[in-house]
Design a binder for this molecule. Structure first.
Ligand code: AGP
Length: 609
């Protein structure tokens, strides 16, 4: 998730752009850049790392001009380096971009054949060359932008300038957000509200395939194809902090509702339907290497360990490989039996968790292959493994992991398909149902998010409980663990997750009328067994909150509370179930008046032992 800012008007543009980029700081970034058009020339400055590095660069050599574009990059394609930082330039064209272009490789090869030379690894630079190419062919800047953007597949929000049109700026979007601020003879463009709020509260939220050309103090809105467009500005009266949270009360809630988009971005460009295969461009291991793998060892901490437990079910079922899942702090001191036939998978949102990093080093020392599932490009764990499956969740601000967790589940699903195709355990014919499930997943997640009000009512009803028990079986047992962790880490209520089949071996002694028991009872291969476990709880007065499949009337009369999830493949059920689990923890925490985004005693990334 990157941040873009643009300005055109009468004021010096660079200070406005820098201030705007600082307002996007919460979106996280690993590089930043700015371009002004001054005297008909594009002046581009870029820097790796914190925004302060760019500020320093401009202090040393200031930028002039009253037209500018700026960018903070949260790398998804290509390492966070100065050369990959935006803005990107091709000839007179300079642009900044937020999104993922799925067909950039094909376009890049065509442009290379037409003698275009590329400096970066990014998909964004391809857009600049595509526009330049059309202008070389005789198109004007505006038409070149229109026709180029219509060739793109995937998501983009772009802001562009050209040396050929020094008094002009263009903005357009498809799939990524873009806000236009309407000032007096001046205009602002940003990925989000905060950079604009101090200048004007009159805003237009561009919709997909809309474009605006700013020139001579006017904003000309149109469809991407050039058709007429009537826009309705909105008056935004949010506070700056409200704006950073996108109007949500907490970052955690915003990130829960971002999950369909995060899953879409994690899937983008990776499902190759022509070859019934999966493209994982940073995996770093050949099919031959992957086919040599005889066992898998997954290491992680906390919520990431829960995603590893789900990964075990996926890999054992479809790749027929033995999978061990270990808490990293245990693995690293256990004298583990790993060697060249072992593939270690290190799962880490931050890529900096000390125990997980140590586990990677331990496994590598013993000759194992190692890959990471990571949300931060070029992080320590990403750098020290042989390859990475990046989750494209964007920066996760809330300490309690939500969108990073569900994108880990999707990344593990993608890796399972890739490993299965490389090892031959999954034939092309068997890929279609998996593709269908994954492509349908974001829409199912949107349906699950509609449960928010029902979950809030459940939270209100059970908020005073002293303990919770979460039960699940099979691939959903890790989600019982995750539901318990979410609840305890932000509401401070003690909660335990357990395999439902374990009830008789001890936990059933806990059951009484004061204990809410969340039972995952979807219509899957474990349904009957879970329902009988649920009966055991009810018979002893336990208060069952059942998560069921839509249309299941059997459970309705037995459980005290029932929540229905849309029917789905068992392999993506953990993703859907995570949503009500997260919402339950969130609403209980809010009702208790806790600091949801920064719960007591916790840090977002545990970089020490
Ligand atoms: C998740 O809700 C927790 N905040 C925590 O368990 C986290 O998952 C764990 O610290 C691992 O972090 P990582 O994914 O960045 O390695």
């Amino acid at each position: 998730m990157c941040g873009i800012v643009g300005y055109i008007g009468q004021q010096p543009a660079a200070p406005i752009i820098l201030a705007g980029l600082q307002k996007l700081e919460y979106r996280g970034y690993d590089s930043a850049g700015i371009c002004t058009i001054d005297g008909g020339f594009a002046d581009v400055r870029r820097s790796k790392g914190k925004l302060q590095n760019l500020v320093q660069l401009l202090e040393d050599s200031p930028l002039q001009g009253s037209v500018a574009i700026g960018h903070t990059r949260w790398a998804t394609h290509g390492k966070p380096t100065e050369v990959n930082a935006h803005p990107h330039q091709a000839g007179p064209v300079v642009l900044v971009h937020n999104g993922i272009i799925e067909n950039y490789l094909g376009l890049k090869m065509e442009l290379r054949d037409q003698k275009h030379n590329f400096k970066s690894e990014t998909d964004t630079e391809v857009i600049a060359h595509l526009i330049e190419h059309k202008m070389i062919g005789g198109s004007g800047f505006v038409d070149a932008v229109r026709t180029s953007l219509q060739e793109l597949e995937g998501a983009y929000a772009v802001c562009l300038v050209s040396e050929t049109e020094p008094g002009m700026m263009i903005a357009a979007k498809h799939g990524s957000p873009l806000v236009i601020g309407l000032g007096d003879q001046e205009f602002f463009v940003a990925s989000d509200i905060p950079p604009i709020l101090n200048h004007t509260r009159e805003m237009v939220f561009l919709e997909d395939d809309q474009m605006v050309v700013f020139k001579d103090g006017f904003a000309h809105f149109s469809t991407l194809a050039g058709g007429p467009l009537t826009i309705t500005p909105r008056h935004i009266d949010w506070s700056p902090l409200m704006a950073e949270k996108g109007g949500y009360r907490h970052f955690m809630l915003k990130e829960i509702f971002e999950q369909p988009r995060a899953v879409q971005d994690t899937l983008a460009g990776r499902l190759l339907e022509d070859e019934w295969d999966v493209c994982l461009d940073n995996i770093g291991l050949s099919d031959a290497k992957l086919a040599q793998v005889r066992r898998v060892c997954i290491v992680a901490c906390g919520t990431s360990w829960h995603s590893g437990l789900v990964g075990k079910f996926l890999l054992e079922e479809h790749c027929r490989l033995p999978v061990e899942v270990d808490i990293a702090s245990e693995f690293r001191y256990r004298n583990p039996v790993v060697g060249p036939e072992t593939l270690l998978i290190a799962i880490s949102q931050s890529g900096e968790t000390a125990d997980t990093l140590a586990a990677v080093r331990e496994a590598k020392l013993r000759g194992a292959l190692a890959i990471a599932v990571c949300n931060v490009i070029d992080s320590s764990i990403a750098r020290e493994t042989d390859g990475v499956v990046y989750t494209h969740a964007g920066p996760e601000i809330g300490v309690a992991s939500t969108k990073a967790f569900v994108t880990q589940l999707v990344a593990l699903y993608l890796f399972m398909l890739r490993l299965g195709r490389a090892g031959g355990s999954i034939t092309p014919e068997r890929m279609m149902p998996h593709f269908t499930s994954l492509l349908h997943l974001p829409a199912l997640m949107e349906q699950a998010l509609l449960l928010d009000n029902a979950v809030e009512a459940i939270a209100r009803h059970y908020q005073h409980a002293g303990d919770f028990l979460f039960l699940g079986r099979g691939i959903n047992y890790p989600i019982a663990l995750e539901g318990a962790l979410k609840l305890k880490e932000i509401s401070y209520i003690h909660a335990e997750g357990y395999p439902a089949g374990e009830m008789k071996h001890g936990p059933i002694a806990l059951i009484d009328e004061n204990l809410p028991v969340v039972v995952i009872a979807l219509r899957d291969r474990h349904y009957e067994k879970v329902v009988s476990n649920m009966e055991e709880v009810i018979a002893r007065g336990g208060r069952v909150i059942a998560f069921c499949t839509e249309g299941d009337d059997e459970v309705r009369n037995r459980a005290e509370t029932v929540l229905y999830l849309p029917e789905c493949s068992e392999w993506i059920a953990p993703v859907l179930l995570s949503i009500p689990m997260q919402l339950l923890a969130y609403h209980v925490s809010v009702l208790k008046g806790n600091d949801v985004d920064q719960p007591r005693n916790l840090a977002k990334s545990v970089t020490v032992e």
